[in-house]
Write a protein that binds this ligand. Structure first.
Ligand code: ZN
Ligand code: MN
Length: 467
């Protein structure tokens, strides 16, 4: 390992997309509702209540463990993590400590230097999500705090990686792969706000490591790590020491700041949860059938549709995108892949929209207009923008704007006119100046008001000049 090698490990919390919470029957669909409307005596931690494990949540966690080739111990157990912070009303979090659900396993990503790389997992355990605190009256010196227990008790899995990542880019790729896999498994919804939170451990080889807490966006992870690596390298260059500490990511500024909790190193006094028996779920694995996962789908897209690895990778990197592609692939899947991966995604990104907002039927009509040569690629982009921004049908847009490729006669007339009007350019071309052809083609395109197919114009112009 080189002297300034970056070493990154992640702890990733993902909300499992179950209907109800981990230890009670409260609905997890709380995001549009008022504070403290999805609570009951169990998730409020009232005395005398007993938790009961949500079977579906355990099954979801096992699906994830199986997909990443983890080892499932015969028996696992919940523990209490004790701390005094009001985001959990009980005064402790039910989590797993020394006997987690799953050990080992790995996630395959594309390595920074190319090729594939296995990022090892330390463990996957289950725990309950804490509630949400809202501080009022300004930052750290808030005058008072409000607490909302709607989220309290939502099932989480915490996935801990070994320190195998070597750059912020690899960290981003790992999260993208994780997100895609969880969505293929049907256990996670990345579009729900706050459904994924990441803590990142980062160090430069030979120096102490820093933990960055609670990064809540995919882009945030790469930004936070990039900032932190620059900060640590500059300390080392100046001969200063990298302090072993916990820092917070300030999303708005893209920086990390030291958090005060450094002085109060926690002793969580873990002990086995006395209200829940140990779980013996290893045998459930046999009944869990995994669906086609992103890597397998990528291979299939290359085999079945003849896609390039880059298109196949892009299109399978998101479940909804993969499904959209298959819905529009039609007779010319390579054309469809190009339009979806290269053109549509760019237009969606620009509009800050997701693939779920695109009507596959209208998109397919657009593809057949381009595929049949009815409109040029350039007009296709124009039609696509209108398909995204208005409810109009592609055929009607083409008709209304007169975008259909002009028929042979009009091109022939335009070529004849241009050749008559531009004797100098014609002479230049015949004298061997190839660039004159582009000029003449431009004049023909102008006369046909850009509706002719440029490749067709070039070919026929060259033919006419050869006569
Ligand atoms: Zn509840
Ligand atoms: Mn945790």
């Amino acid at each position: 390992m080189s002297a300034d090698q970056v070493i990154i490990g992640l702890e990733i919390h993902c909300q499992l997309d179950t209907r109800t919470k981990l230890f009670c029957g409260c609905s997890t669909d709380y995001r549009d509702d008022g504070p403290n409307t999805h609570v009951c005596p169990v998730c409020l931690g009232l005395p005398g209540t007993m938790p009961a494990v949500n079977r579906r949540a355990v099954e979801y966690a096992l699906r994830v463990a199986k997909a990443f080739n983890c080892e499932i111990p015969e028996e696992c157990e919940f523990s209490r993590k004790n701390y005094f912070y009001p985001d959990l009303p009980k005064g402790y979090q039910i989590t797993q400590y020394d006997r987690p659900l799953a050990l080992g396993g790995h996630i395959v990503i594309e390595a920074e230097e190319g090729g594939e790389k296995k990022v090892r997992l330390t463990r996957i355990h289950m725990e309950e999500d804490p509630g949400r605190l809202v501080h009022r009256g300004g930052g750290a010196r808030a005058r008072y705090s409000l607490v909302d227990y709607n989220r309290s008790g939502v099932p989480l899995i915490e996935i801990v990686t070994e320190p195998d990542l070597r750059s912020p880019k690899e960290a981003r790729r790992l999260l993208a792969k994780l997100r895609a896999t969880l969505e293929y498994l049907g256990v996670f919804d990345s579009e729900k706000e706050g459904s994924l939170r990441v803590d990142a451990n980062v160090s430069i080889a030979g120096h102490d490591r820093v933990e960055i807490k609670n990064i809540s966006s995919y882009k945030g992870v790469e930004k936070a790590l990039t900032f932190e690596i620059t900060r640590q390298r500059s300390l080392i260059r100046r001969g200063a020491t990298v302090e072993r500490e916990t820092r917070h990511f300030v999303e708005a500024r893209g920086t990390t700041t030291a958090s005060r909790s450094k002085v109060e190193e926690h002793d969580y006094r873990y002990f086995p949860e006395p209200d829940l028996p140990p779980l013996r779920v290893a045998s459930w694995l046999d009944d869990i059938a995994l669906p086609e996962l992103p890597d397998a789908r990528r291979e299939r897209f290359m085999q079945q549709y003849g896609l390039s690895i880059n298109h196949a990778r892009t299109l399978t990197g998101d479940l909804r995108l993969a499904e959209f592609f298959e819905a529009v692939a039609g007779e010319d899947p390579v054309l469809a892949a190009t339009w979806v991966a290269d053109t549509l995604l760019g237009e969606l990104n620009y509009r800050d929209r997701t693939i779920a907002t695109v009507d596959p039927i209208r998109f397919r009509s657009l593809l057949s207009l381009v595929g049949s040569g009815t409109i040029t690629d350039r007009s296709g982009v124009e039609v696509l923008r209108l398909v995204l921004d208005t409810p109009e049908e592609p055929a009607s847009i083409v008709e209304r704007l007169g975008l259909a490729v002009t028929g042979d006669d009009a091109v022939a007339t335009a070529i004849a006119e241009v050749l008559a009007e531009q004797p100098q350019a014609v002479a230049d071309y015949r004298a061997g100046k190839g660039a004159a052809l582009n000029y003449l083609a431009g004049q023909v395109m102008k006369k046909t008001r850009g509706r002719a197919d440029p490749r067709e114009v070039g070919r026929r112009l060259a033919e006419a000049l050869a006569e």
